[in-house]
Design a binder for this molecule. Sequence first.
Ligand SMILES: [Zn+2]
Length: 115
Amino acid sequence: MTDLLKVRVENVTYEWIGKGNMAFGLFLELPIVTFDLKGVSAGKTIPQEWHIKYNYDYLFNNPKKFVDNTPAHEVAHLIEWKLYGKCGHKKNWKEIMHTFGFENPTRCHNYKIIL
Ligand SMILES: [Zn+2]
């Protein structure tokens, strides 16, 4: 059975790539998207592999908050990597998030997780 939550997150991720390309004049390819991340983070970007890993437990338990925040957060890491060769949560990443309309981006994902 197709998991609509995963399809939704994939699509939102690709939309942010498109918005990033427009906003920064880039031609970024669509990243590999998987849902195999475990542990305390909602998402993790591996820019060298052009790969975003999402945590399905977080998605399942906080779908709206996840969809609204995590894809933009991770795509901003890919854009930072492309523009600056870095991947973090400091000035460059924050500026990209501001461009995306997130006034106060944080690195912490304060989702409640139900296990
Ligand atoms: Zn991050």
